[in-house]
Write a protein that binds this ligand. Structure first.
Ligand SMILES: Cc1cc2nc3c(=O)[nH]c(=O)nc-3n(C[C@H](O)[C@H](O)[C@H](O)COP(=O)(O)OP(=O)(O)OC[C@H]3O[C@@H](n4cnc5c(N)ncnc54)[C@H](O)[C@@H]3O)c2cc1C
Length: 425
């Protein structure tokens, strides 16, 4: 069914996840007219339950803190690493490094959290249309003159309509509509991972401020790691991340349930924690190669969250990056409309700093997969523990943390020499 009416607004946002809800809410707070189209009806399932403290500033700006404090989400105070022998290393407590309210964050059920964010955006003036799929982004012109002018959307009754806008914000998640349409995706060849996960009831968790700790548990052969994220209602999210080929190729079984159980059996730190627990949902699988768009904005369009780039979930940075890019892009859109300048430069002005922050996190991710040992690093460079904690908190957007780069390089060189010596007998 094709509707004839053409609607007009200032800003169209594709997708109502954390990135879209934030970009839309910020632009609306700045007085712009914003229509957000989300193909699902919320609450809907989503993976990615662990927040990191630097999300606090965005929550504060959006007026979300009271709702979060009043929620049933489990409080998170630290990240803890469990090595391949099942030994817990010294925890990284966020408040020990920065004793402030924002050092405590939450472990969230995404169905509930994303709905809170979306309803909050509506409260701030965003026109939210759920059950409305964006079919395509409409562009005018050709080559470098190409410019977004709106979207075609289809509602649940099948009615298709055109919505014209000055700016289109793509927050469509890993589907990344504009990135795919314009062929802008660069896959990260070093981070070709996959995840297999499920939810457990009755699993062992810490007490006191350790109750909501995220655990990162190594497999016995260091081929991958498990996340262990305690949620409310005595549920724990437990998932393995490893190379795609390791998980799915050269296995006797192709059954994801069997693969999941095999990997649990290879994780000495996990086995005792699940002994008394019951798996309460079927196993889910995600291919999660990291990627990034070559361009963050063009004339009349800008990308946020996973629609711009996805970084391995090792340090739970996805929602922070979604919120941060959403906030920065929301402001850039409002600035661009005020200046009547909808150029790529203006809409993407925030990106260079943001990408540097992502790169810092990426370095720490790659080091971990190459065998980086947090305990050893901190023992050798105790004065840099604060920098590592900064990065785990998500304080990525300042040059101070770059002081860890030279010591990381040094440790990497040593490891390489050691490996070479072992290989040469
Ligand atoms: C295995 C795994 C574990 C993770 N763990 C964590 C974690 O612990 N902590 C963390 O911070 N991050 C984690 N992440 C990352 C995190 O989930 C994402 O980075 C985050 O959801 C990105 O938010 P977003 O708003 O960009 O995209 P999404 O949350 O995916 O939202 C996109 C929205 O767009 C909608 N949409 C898509 N296409 C259309 C369309 N055509 N029309 C209308 N609507 C559309 C979708 O329905 C969806 O609601 C994990 C990711 C994976 C894969």
């Amino acid at each position: 069914m094709v509707g004839t009416a053409v609607e007009r607004t200032e800003v169209v946002v594709i997708g109502g996840g954390p990135a879209g809800a934030t970009a839309a809410a910020v632009a609306a707070q700045r007085g712009r007219r914003v229509a957000l189209f989300e193909r699902e009806r919320f609450p809907r399932f989503h993976v990615g339950e662990s927040l990191i403290p630097e999300t606090y500033g965005v929550f504060e700006r959006l007026g979300m803190l009271d709702a979060l404090r009043g929620s049933r989400f489990v409080e998170k105070h630290s990240v803890q690493f469990v090595n391949e022998r099942g030994v817990l290393s010294e925890p990284f407590y966020f408040a020990d490094h920065k004793p402030q309210e924002s050092s405590q964050t939450w472990q969230v059920r995404r169905s509930e959290f994303d709905e809170m964010m979306l309803r909050n955006a509506a409260r701030l003036g965003v026109e939210v249309h759920e059950g409305c799929r964006v079919l395509e982004v409409l562009f005018d012109g050709a080559g470098s003159e190409v410019r977004a002018r709106g979207v075609r959307v289809q509602d649940e009754a099948g009615l298709v309509r055109t919505v014209e806008a000055d700016v289109v914000v793509d927050a469509s998640g890993q589907g990344a509509m504009i990135q795919s349409r314009l062929g802008l995706r660069d896959w990260d060849q070093e981070l070709r991972k996959a995840a297999v996960w499920s939810y457990w009831k009755g699993a062992t968790r810490g007490t006191g401020r350790d109750e909501g700790a995220t655990l990162v548990l190594q497999l016995d052969d260091k081929q991958g790691w498990f996340w262990y994220i305690p949620l409310h209602d005595d549920i724990v999210s437990v998932g393995v991340v490893a190379g795609h080929d390791y998980l799915f190729k050269n296995r006797a079984t192709k059954d994801s349930d069997a693969i999941y159980q095999e990997e649990i059996g290879r994780c000495p730190g996990l086995i005792p924690r699940l002994e008394q627990a019951e798996m309460i949902e079927s196993v889910r699988v995600a291919k999660e190669y990291s990627y990034r768009s070559r361009q963050v904005a063009g004339k009349g369009w800008v990308l946020v969250g996973d629609a711009f780039g996805f970084l391995d979930p090792l340090y739970s940075s996805g929602i922070l990056l979604a919120l941060k890019s959403g906030e920065l892009a929301g402001d850039a859109v409002a600035d661009a409309l005020e200046a009547n300048d909808l150029s790529a430069e203006r809409l993407g002005a925030w990106a260079p700093d943001f990408i540097r922050g992502m790169e810092r996190m990426r370095r720490l991710v790659v080091e971990f997969y190459d065998g980086f040992n947090f305990g050893k690093f901190v023992k050798r460079h105790p004065h840099l523990k604060g920098h590592i904690t900064d990065m785990l908190i998500g304080d990525l957007f300042n040059e101070r943390v770059d002081e860890i780069v030279a010591p990381l390089d040094e440790m990497r060189r040593e490891e390489e020499l050691k490996r070479a010596a072992t290989a040469n007998g």
